[in-house]
Design a protein around this ligand. Structure first.
Ligand code: NAD
Length: 468
């Protein structure tokens, strides 16, 4: 398509949804929203095989990983949302204060209107459809822009959605940066973006032009701290899973590890064993996803080359064969190395040793706030100390990545790792405008309206004494 054709398609798709906002306000109630979610859930079930095939085509994701990380989280989101939606949608009464005696007040969650969902490639299905569940639950229409870097999954999403929803409720516009840029020029009511901090800034800049509200689910370097008292086998199990699932291409994967020097060797032994047990040796395990494309494979090879050239030591050679890359462990990282600053987003795990926890805390606090922070320790006071000292989007204690699938927890970053929250009730609220409604029954406030006679002034003075 030419740019003019892309612009025309986007204009038409946006107008179709905009034109139905007013009627949707009145007709898209609890029953209709639940029906839409049920339709979505049924369609996913019926098309599971095609989805697994699409993700295998895009980056060789093992079937079990597709089920665990793409299908189950979305189905759980649908179930959890449908179950609680009645309560979430209800207007919430709030108590009057002295100044507002004689009134009644409520907060009514309302649809924002027409929403844009821009998805990344690493979990290309769940990170496009998960937010859609929240958008529909909150009564919105949505345009989804899947990632062009997972083309088979993008085409799958476009087909699935066109088969179950009218375009004035949900439509998919496939495309790359040009398409995304063109979409961002439309006056959406809310933009839900998942992707890199760099593009997050572009999205927020575009949203500023129309004052669209935003949810930005971004990334960064998520650190892992292993205390001297940690259960090292458990730490190795969780870190290997969190880091090497999806070949490390996970926003909340442990990016690097700080291990106490007293347990470094034992931890490394446990981690090596775990990697060998899960993935064997070399880069070609069927249990490992591929790197998404040649550019990213080259980027990862470059990060490793740069680190080694500047003095890093390879502790476990994973090997690389085109887009296949095995779990790789390195140490002796210094700030001159690119890998010390760039989100790794691949199966390379730097291991750093520490003696004094304060140096680790200072180091992490000197960098952009991470999306996730992982702590392995049996000592509650140590865990609490680290949580209090370091800001991050979320925290995992004696586990990794599982915080993503807890439906009652908010999922989101802080500053550079994100703005706003997703999942469950938090996702519903992200796509809702919480509207304040104050109704007068017998408010005494008109007694102080002008003209400001001596009597009114006495009342104002009284109010000041009580409330001021
Ligand atoms: P990305 O930012 O490159 O792309 C995300 C989306 O933005 C894609 O749909 C892409 O087409 C679009 N896009 C790219 N450049 C654009 C531009 N200049 N203008 C407008 N749109 C543009 O991210 P990615 O490479 O797809 O995903 C990896 C990043 O996403 C990592 O940083 C990762 O940590 C983060 N991530 C975060 C979460 C989360 O939930 N917080 C989840 C997954 C990934």
């Amino acid at each position: 398509m030419t740019m003019t054709e892309i612009a025309q398609t986007i204009d038409a798709a946006f107008s179709a949804q905009r034109d139905t906002v007013a009627s949707r306000r009145q007709s898209f109630g609890l029953a209709e929203r639940r029906a839409a979610l049920a339709r979505l859930g049924r369609a996913i079930r019926q098309n599971e095989t095609a989805l697994i095939a699409a993700l295998a085509t895009d980056f060789g994701k093992p079937e079990a990983e597709v089920i665990l990380t793409e299908i189950v989280p979305v189905m759980q989101e649908i179930r959890h949302t449908s179950r609680h939606l009645r309560r979430w949608m209800r207007a919430r009464r709030v108590l009057p204060t002295l100044a507002t005696l004689g009134t009644s007040a409520r907060v009514r969650p309302e649809a924002r209107g027409v929403c844009l969902i821009i998805a990344p490639w690493n979990y290309p299905f769940s990170l496009a459809i998960g937010p859609l569940v929240s958008a529909l639950a909150a009564g919105n229409s949505a345009i989804i822009k899947p990632s062009e870097m997972a083309p088979a999954t993008s085409a799958f999403i476009a087909r699935l959605i066109s088969e179950i929803f009218p375009p004035d409720l949900v439509t998919v516009i496939e495309g790359a940066v040009d398409t995304s840029t063109e979409l961002l020029a439309q006056p959406f009511d809310h933009i839900f973006f998942t992707g890199s901090p760099k593009v997050g800034k572009i999205v927020m800049g575009a949203a500023a032009k129309t004052l669209a509200s935003v949810t930005l689910e971004l990334g960064g370097k998520s650190p892992t701290i292993i205390g001297p008292d940690a259960d090292l086998n458990a730490a190795a199990r969780w870190i290997a899973f969190g880091k090497f699932a999806n070949a490390g291409q996970t926003c909340i994967a442990p990016d690097h590890v700080f291990v106490h020097h007293a347990v470094k060797n034992d931890f490394l032994t446990a981690l090596r064993d775990r990697i060998a047990g899960s993935y064997g040796t070399g880069p070609t395990s069927p249990h490992l996803a591929r790197i998404v494309n040649a550019d990213h494979a080259t980027r990862l090879a470059g990060l490793l080359r740069d680190a080694v050239a500047k003095g890093a030591r390879v502790l476990l050679e994973g090997g690389q064969k085109d887009r296949e890359m095995g779990p790789t462990l390195i140490e002796s990282i210094t700030p001159e190395m690119e890998i010390d600053h760039e989100e790794i987003f691949g199966p390379i795990l730097p291991i750093m040793t520490y003696d004094n926890l304060d140096t680790v805390i200072d180091r992490i606090n000197g960098r952009p706030k991470p999306l996730a922070l992982y702590i392995f320790s049996k000592q509650r006071s140590q865990v609490d100390r680290i949580i209090a000292a370091i800001s991050s989007g979320g925290v995992g204690v004696n586990l990794t990545v599982a915080q993503f699938v807890h439906p009652n927890l908010p999922f989101g970053g802080v500053n550079t790792s994100g703005i706003g929250m997703a999942h469950g009730h938090y996702g519903f609220r992200a796509f809702s405008h919480e509207r304040a409604i104050l109704s007068n029954h017998f408010s005494a406030l008109p007694l102080i309206f002008p003209p400001y006679t001596p009597k009114v002034n006495r009342l104002v003075a009284l109010i000041k004494r009580i409330l001021g």
